[in-house]
Design a protein around this ligand. Sequence first.
Ligand SMILES: Cc1cc2nc3c(=O)[nH]c(=O)nc-3n(C[C@H](O)[C@H](O)[C@H](O)COP(=O)(O)OP(=O)(O)OC[C@H]3O[C@@H](n4cnc5c(N)ncnc54)[C@H](O)[C@@H]3O)c2cc1C
Length: 411
Amino acid sequence: MNDTDLKKLIIIGAGFAGLRALYRLDPYRRHFAITVVDRHDYSLERPALPEVAMENKPVEGVHIPTPPQFKKHGAAFEQGEVSRIDPKAQKVILEGGKELDYDYLIIASGAVKDYDAIKGYREHGYSVCDDNEAKRLHERLKSFEGGAIVTGAARSEFGHRVEAPDLKAPCEGPIGEVMFMMDHRLRDEGKREKSSISVFSPSEIFFEDVGDNARNPVAKLMEERGITLSTGKELTEITADKVLFADGSSMPCDLAIIIPPYKAPKYIAESGLGDDRGWVPTDRNMKHLDYDNIYAIGDINALAQPKLGHVAINQADVAVAAIARAEGLSDKAIPFNPEVFCIMNMGGHEAILIYSNALYGGKYDMAWHSSIAKLMKLSFDAEYHYTHGHMPPDFAVEMLEDLLRHFGKAK
Ligand SMILES: Cc1cc2nc3c(=O)[nH]c(=O)nc-3n(C[C@H](O)[C@H](O)[C@H](O)COP(=O)(O)OP(=O)(O)OC[C@H]3O[C@@H](n4cnc5c(N)ncnc54)[C@H](O)[C@@H]3O)c2cc1C
């Protein structure tokens, strides 16, 4: 094939979803001229951010340098900010005006964490959702002498063009990590007695996306460790000494650690590609509902609920398989299977592995609290980092899932 015959494929975003799509395109490399566009020349390993904030992990340890990987996988790299897509002319437009043509586009630019939507956040609030925020929290903890800690997710809003669960908090796992890791840290420092840890959720059920078999063990651990829970609380404001909620109530607070509302990036709506809330609506092959050559994967996709790396990876596999089919390169289809799988770090030697093979709890629904789960988390983080964003091999993932299904049958 001449270079001019190659199909131009652009991936916007090199996070969990974009990197996975690039790696899954390897067998079809001779058919596509691939360009990855990202504002950074590294991929941010978000699941390891709580360790940056609370366990002294250096921030460089959560940055995966990407240009060498793009080169290795035969892709060109454009470092820049995407400001618009022209879906009719099939162009991606960068800030500064540069235009890139595509035959296929994979949008994998994630969700915006809207810290400014919460009044007082910039002065008094903290988070673990981005590298700068994790570093800020790390600095704050150095002088924290104990007190009232409040942690929870703010409410996010989603559109109605596709049928997806309407979760008020699309990712509460990091809150699980914050509450247990802070509990551990404060005990370690001898400050737990003079501290309280209060958790809030905008939903009526904390960890709404899984079933009772996964949720109840977490609730039991919270009770044992004196961590309290309030549900149905929509955060509106953080002040120097309290957090305020939409129902008029408030909680005393010396340290607020929150997940801000997730929102879709503006350029999606401005390009006419978003649903009524700006998220990208796709079918279950991740193909845009209005454009056959545009795919969306990861947190930006309206079907991605909850918004998890595990779901992003599955969506990348589904989209690449669909593009290969569309080009007659393969007849393999991969089903969209949004299961919940995450390992929550609890500090020290503890972690809790949560697995539900369907949202709200499926046939398999479990939580496994053990030091082996912690070992798995550390091994996954190290593997992901040192292999530059590769997941463990497929056979290892399949074996693990078999094991989880064996032990995780819902009662
Ligand atoms: C603290 C925390 C802990 C988590 N823990 C887990 C966990 O244990 N397990 C799990 O499965 N999930 C976890 N998640 C969720 C997981 O991290 C996300 O679901 C995942 O990162 C989404 O991947 P993505 O590729 O869609 O987006 P992102 O990872 O956000 O990547 C998007 C990429 O697009 C680029 N980009 C964005 N906009 C533009 C633009 N306009 N122009 C150019 N480039 C752009 C960004 O630079 C970035 O590289 C956690 C999330 C957080 C915040």
